[in-house]
Each structure stands twice: as structure tokens, then as C-alpha cells.
Design a protein around this ligand. Structure first.
Ligand SMILES: [Zn+2]
Length: 427
């Protein structure tokens, strides 16, 4: 996929130096799928939120070979899962080393060959541990059992087989999610069908934009669905939709009122950054069992309390541009997502007057925290990105978010609004 960091450099040259650093992934990654370009996944998942945490599924991968004589293909899949694989309908030999699985093809594929494999798997994803998240099932008082995922940074292979990185985005995905009929599934893209039969509900979604593996998500719960109309982005009506746990009742008014500001922010950010990147599909927010927010592509996941936080709502929406469409090449450069999303909160306060927020106050608060924090660089060293717990430390958070936002603020000040926002559109 496009290495957007390079284009960013030309837009803002010579203000940024971090983009000169290597794009190679030297820490935290397994290096799977090095001989293929992933084109498409069809993900079929069976998820029943209950006392036994489990997922089973089948993932079909279409790929194009990027090397000659490809006869083995690797994917990331946590060792908790039993799995098997087929090629053109026939079983093939597989092996596993830790969380890396290898599929051996019956013959060799030439460079540039479009082909596919199917992986069937099931298991109990590993436990949530500090910032090592992934896939969770639990009971929440008043809400019943829920299931949800939080893959950033290395939790994607906890629950599905994938090529876990940002540089080979998946060009297109279909999702076929089977749950007990009393549940609904939330995931990326557009809902195509929703069928209840034989005690099950099967919800089918499609997503036709490139997506990084850490932004693939699913939430399963007893959801109420709130269809909030559409927002016109350059002539395209973008549907706005919220999924909220039904235990909160039919009118969680504080959340709905706060979340509806995303409609104005969609227009504001589209004017400042370029059109909402996924305008042919949707923007929405769905509840999950984690306390914060996560910018899953087209459908941000939010804890219920954060659904009434103006800044988190603006932050996760801004990530659809910064992080989701324009994605850092390696976790070293995570500030390119978090710094821009954090500064976008200031832009929401500045341009969406109905929020009643003072942008200068918000920026000053960010600045105060930035100045008070350690001298950790906003560029994360390899030793800091080898696992999720090392990435998401408070010290790093303050560097990535607060000082990252102040770097963006500085760029705007130095470039002036005309050049700065044109650069954002070019980025
Ligand atoms: Zn963020």
C-alpha cells in the first residue's frame, strides 16, 4: 500500500524529520505473508457471548504472490487455536511455530499469481492482560454477556488468522457473522443482510476500502440500533448509525446527543482534511466492554461513558483520516495517528461551536501536559514497540498524544492555515 509518510514529508518539508527513519519492521512483527500481497478476506465467524470464551471460524484469503516459486505461506494465528487449511477444496499440510502458522501448497506459484487459501480454526483467545487485548467475552451487569475485540496493537491474531501489519492493507473484506438470534454483530463496512433462522442470526457485511489488520473488529451483544440519518459529504449521503447495549434502554439521551455532534464534525473534518475516507459505506459508533474508544474503520468502538465525551467522539472520528486511511508504516510512527487525532479535538472545539468548548483552553491543557511530561521522543524506539504493553505506557501516551498534538499545532502555526490544511488534504 501507499507509504503515505513520504507524501507527508513532501507536503511539510522540511519541518519533519521522523519520516526519514526506516519503514522496515524490525520489532514486534512476525514477518508473516512476506511473499504475498493480501487482496481480500472472507471472514466467517461464529460468536456466542457466554461464560465460555470462544470463537470459531473460517477465513478465505485471496492473495497475489510477490515472489517467485511460492510454495509456503505464513499467517499470524495465536497458538490457542486449532486450525486446518485447504487449497482449491483439498486439505493441505500445515505447521505451527508459536503464533505463526505455515501452509504448504501442493505446488509452487509463479510471481504475480492470484490465488486463494482457506483456514478453518477454533479456540479460546488468550486472556486480556493489561494492554495485551484481542478478543473478550464477559458478562456486564444489566447488559448480559457481550463479546468484543480490541486488536491494537498486536491483538489481531488472538482471534483470527491474518497477515498482521499495516504495510499490506487488506484491499477488501466480507464478513459473515453467526450469533444466537438474540444478539447482533457490529463490524466494519456496510450491513448487507440480517437473517434470523433456526435460533441463529447471520449478519453479512462488506467493506470495500483498504484496511489494516488491527482495525478489523467485531462486537456481539444485545444491541439497540439507532439509525441517525445521513450526512451529505460532497453529494454522497453517509449513513450514521449507533449500536448501544439494549440494557441502557431505548433512549440513552445523553449519549445520543453527544454522539450526534459527529455529524457536524464529519462535515468540518471533510472540509479541513478532504472528504470522509469511507463515505460510500457509513460512519458509526458501537458500544464495547472496554472503557475508552477505538477507531475501528467506519465503526468506532466506545465504552458507554465515553459515548458522551465530546473529545473522545471527535478523536475517534478524526482517526478515520489519521490512522485508518493514512496509516503509519510501523508502530514506531504511531504519533502520526495519535498526535493528529488529539489535535483534531482542538479543531472540533474551534469549528463546531455547538459543542460549547473553548479550543484555546483545550489546546492549552494539551500543551501543559506536553510540557510536564518526560522527554520520551514521539518516535518510538524498537525496544518500545515489541509488545502492546511497552507501546501503551503512560509516558508514551503523553508523548504520542500530547506532544504529538503540539507538533501538529506547531505545523499549523508555522505553515499558516491555507498551507496547513492543503497539506492535510495532500497527505
Ligand atoms: Zn487515538
Amino acid at each position: 500500500m501507499m507509504k503515505n509518510c513520504l507524501r507527508y514529508f513532501f507536503a511539510f518539508a522540511p519541518l519533519l524529520l521522523t519520516c526519514f527513519t526506516s519503514f522496515s519492521q524490525t520489532s514486534g512483527y512476525s514477518g508473516t505473508g512476506a511473499n504475498i500481497d493480501v487482496k481480500y478476506h472472507r471472514a466467517e465467524w461464529n460468536i456466542a457471548p457466554d461464560a465460555t470464551k470462544n470463537i470459531s471460524g473460517r477465513v478465505t484469503t485471496y492473495f497475489v504472490t510477490t515472489a517467485a516459486n511460492v510454495n509456503k505461506i505464513t499467517f499470524d494465528l495465536d497458538a490457542a487455536h486449532a486450525f486446518s487449511a485447504t487449497y482449491h477444496g483439498s486439505s493441505i499440510t500445515t505447521s505451527r511455530t508459536g503464533n505463526v502458522i505455515t501452509l504448504t501448497l501442493p505446488g509452487s506459484l509463479a510471481l504475480g499469481t492470484l490465488d486463494s487459501v482457506v483456514i478453518t480454526y477454533s479456540g479460546a483467545p488468550p486472556a486480556f492482560s493489561n494492554y495485551g487485548e484481542g478478543f473478550e467475552e464477559k458478562s456486564i451487569a444489566g447488559m448480559g454477556y457481550v463479546a468484543y475485540t480490541l486488536a491494537e496493537s498486536y491483538g489481531d491474531d488472538d482471534w483470527w488468522p491474518c497477515k498482521a501489519d499495516m504495510q499490506d492493507k487488506i484491499d477488501s473484506m466480507d464478513f459473515i457473522i453467526t450469533t444466537p438470534s438474540t444478539f447482533r454483530a457490529a463490524t466494519n463496512g456496510v450491513l448487507i443482510t440480517d437473517v434470523v433462522a433456526g435460533g441463529n442470526r447471520i449478519m453479512t457485511y462488506k467493506h470495500r476500502y483498504p484496511i489494516a489488520s488491527y482495525l478489523v473488529s467485531v462486537g456481539v451483544a444485545s444491541y439497540n440500533v439507532f439509525d441517525r440519518g445521513t450526512v451529505n459529504i460532497s453529494g454522497t449521503a453517509v449513513p450514521i448509525e449507533y449500536y448501544i447495549y439494549s440494557g441502557h434502554g431505548s433512549n440513552p439521551s445523553a449519549q445520543l446527543t453527544a454522539m450526534d455532534f459527529c455529524k457536524q464534525e464529519l462535515v468540518v473534518f471533510s472540509n479541513l482534511f478532504g472528504d470522509y475516507p469511507f463515505k460510500k459505506e457509513k460512519y458509526g459508533m458501537y458500544e464495547f466492554g472496554w472503557g475508552g474508544g477505538m477507531e475501528h474503520q467506519t465503526f468506532s468502538a466506545m465504552g458507554f461513558s465515553t459515548m458522551s465525551s465530546w473529545s473522545v467522539i471527535a478523536h475517534e472520528l478524526a482517526h478515520q483520516w489519521w490512522g485508518d486511511k493514512v496509516t503509519f508504516a510501523s508502530w514506531n510512527h504511531l504519533w502520526l495517528a495519535e498526535g493528529f487525532a488529539k489535535y483534531s479535538e482542538v479543531l472540533a472545539a474551534e469549528f463546531v461551536t455547538g459543542l460549547g468548548q473553548n479550543p484555546v483552553t483545550h489546546r492549552t491543557n494539551i500543551q501543559t501536559t506536553a510540557l510536564a511530561t518526560s522527554t520520551n521522543p514521539i518516535y518510538l524506539a524498537n525496544a518500545e514497540i515489541n509488545n502492546s504493553n511497552n507501546i501503551w505506557t503512560t509516558v508514551n501516551d503523553d508523548a504520542l498524544y500530547q506532544r504529538g498534538a503540539m507538533v501538529v499545532s506547531m505545523l499549523r502555526k508555522l505553515a499558516g492555515d491555507t498551507k496547513f490544511f492543503q497539506a492535510c488534504k495532500n497527505y
